[in-house]
Design a protein around this ligand. Structure first.
Ligand code: MN
Length: 358
C-alpha cells in the first residue's frame, strides 16, 4: 500500500466578501455576495439566490467535519492535508463553484472568474503542494480564451469549465478556440460534477439519492461529447477530466461509445480514425473518492485515466479518514497500480512535486 496520496479534488472556501470587495464598482451589486435572508445564509448572484450555505460564523467546525467557512490560509490548509495523510492537492473553488455558471451576464461572469483567479494565485501561488485550478467563463468564448491565458500567466495549473453546457453543447464549433488555447497552454480542462445544471432537480421521496446519482453521472454525457465529436482527435494535446463523478461507469461508457460507433456507423459523423474510447484513454481522466467498482474495472479502462480525490472539505468527501478509505478500497491491488491512481497520475498531470523517495 503506497504511503503517499495526492488528492485530485479539493475545494477552498473563498472569503465571503471576495467579490463585493474585488469586482469593478459597477458590477459589485450583482456579483456573488453572501447575505442573511430570513435568518438563512444565502449566496446570491444577480437578482437571485444561487444556493443556501451553512451559517456564517458557525465556528471552525469539528476536526472530523470541517466547517464550510473554515479559514483557508496556506498553513492551516497544509496542516489539514497532513492530518488526513495527503501530500498534495488539486484545489477547486467553493463559493465560486456554486455560483459562477449560474451568472447570466457574460461580463459579470468573466469578471467573477478574474477576481477568483487572482485571489487564488495570490494566496496559494507559492504553495508548491497546491495545484490551483482556475475558473473560466463559459458564456463568451473570447473571454474564455482570455482567461485561460491569464490563468497560465498567473501560474495556475488547470481550468474549470461547467460539466454541462446545454445552451452551447461541447460539440459546437464555437468552442474550438477554447480547445486550441487549452491545448497550446498545457492547461488540463476539468468538468466538475455539479456545475452547469441544477444540482437538485428531483423533489420528494428519494430526491437526495436521485439528485446525487444524476449529478455525479452527468459527466458521462460530457465525456461522450468530447470523444465522439472529434474534439479530442483534433486536439491530441488537450487533456480533459471529469471530476468527482466516480469511475465505475467509465468502463461501460467507453464500451457503449464504441458499440454505438460500430453499430450505428451509417449515421455516425464525424468518422474518427480510431474508436471513440481510444481518445479518452489517451487524453481523459476521471476522479473518485470511494469507488471499488471503478478500481475493479481498471484493466478495462486503463490506470492512467483514474485519479483519487478526497473532495475535502465536502461532506461526501473522505476527510479525515482518507488513508483508511483508500486502504480498504485498494486492498489486494498491486502497489504499482495503486501508486498510479493515488498519486503518480496527478503529479504528472499537474506538475506536483513528489518527495525524494518517490
Ligand atoms: Mn469536488
Amino acid at each position: 500500500m503506497p504511503r503517499l496520496l495526492i488528492s485530485a479534488d479539493c475545494h477552498v472556501t473563498e472569503p465571503p466578501d471576495l467579490w463585493t470587495r474585488g469586482l469593478p464598482e459597477g458590477l459589485r451589486a450583482r456579483g456573488p455576495r453572501v447575505e442573511l435572508i430570513e435568518g438563512r445564509t444565502c449566496l446570491l448572484v444577480e437578482d437571485r439566490v444561487a444556493r443556501k450555505l451553512p451559517p456564517l460564523g458557525e465556528g471552525a467546525g469539528s476536526p472530523e467535519r470541517p466547517a464550510f467557512w473554515q479559514p483557508d490560509d496556506p498553513a492551516a490548509r497544509l496542516a489539514a492535508l497532513e492530518r488526513d495523510g495527503v501530500w498534495a492537492e488539486v484545489m477547486y473553488p467553493n463559493i465560486a463553484f456554486f455560483c459562477t455558471y449560474v451568472i447570466e451576464d457574460p461580463a459579470l461572469q468573466a469578471a467573477t472568474c478574474r477576481v477568483y483567479n487572482d485571489w487564488l494565485a495570490d494566496r496559494f501561488g507559492a504553495c508548491e503542494r497546491v495545484a490551483g485550478v482556475g475558473l473560466v467563463p463559459a458564456r463568451d468564448i473570447p473571454a474564455t480564451v482570455a482567461e485561460l491565458e491569464h490563468i497560465r500567466a498567473r501560474g495556475l495549473r488547470a481550468a474549470l469549465l461547467p460539466a454541462h453546457s446545454d445552451e452551447r453543447p461541447y460539440n459546437h464549433t464555437a468552442w474550438e478556440p477554447v480547445w486550441e488555447a487549452a491545448a497550446a497552454l498545457g492547461l488540463p480542462l476539468s468538468f466538475h460534477a455539479g456545475t452547469g445544471r441544477e444540482q437538485t432537480p428531483a423533489r420528494g421521496a428519494g430526491a437526495a439519492v436521485v439528485n446525487y446519482v444524476v449529478t455525479v453521472s452527468g459527466p458521462m454525457e460530457t465525456l461522450a461529447y468530447l470523444c465522439a465529436s472529434g474534439v479530442l482527435e483534433r486536439h491530441p494535446e488537450l487533456r480533459v477530466g471529469m471530476v468527482e463523478c466516480g469511475a465505475g461507469w467509465l468502463a461501460w461508457t467507453l464500451d457503449a461509445m464504441d458499440d454505438a460507433y460500430r453499430e450505428h456507423h451509417a449515421w455516425v459523423r464525424p468518422r474518427l480514425a480510431e474508436l471513440p474510447s481510444f481518445y479518452f484513454r489517451r487524453q481523459g481522466f476521471v476522479t473518485f473518492q470511494r469507488d471499488p467498482v471503478g478500481i475493479a474495472n481498471r484493466a478495462r479502462t486503463g490506470e492512467r485515466c483514474l485519479l483519487w480525490g478526497s473532495d475535502y472539505p465536502h461532506p461526501e468527501g473522505t476527510f479525515p479518514e482518507s488513508r483508511k478509505v483508500v486502504e480498504e478500497q485498494f486492498a489486494g491491488v498491486p502497489d504499482a497500480s495503486a501508486e498510479r491512481i493515488l498519486f503518480r497520475n496527478a503529479a504528472e498531470l499537474y506538475g506536483l512535486p513528489l518527495p525524494a523517495a518517490h
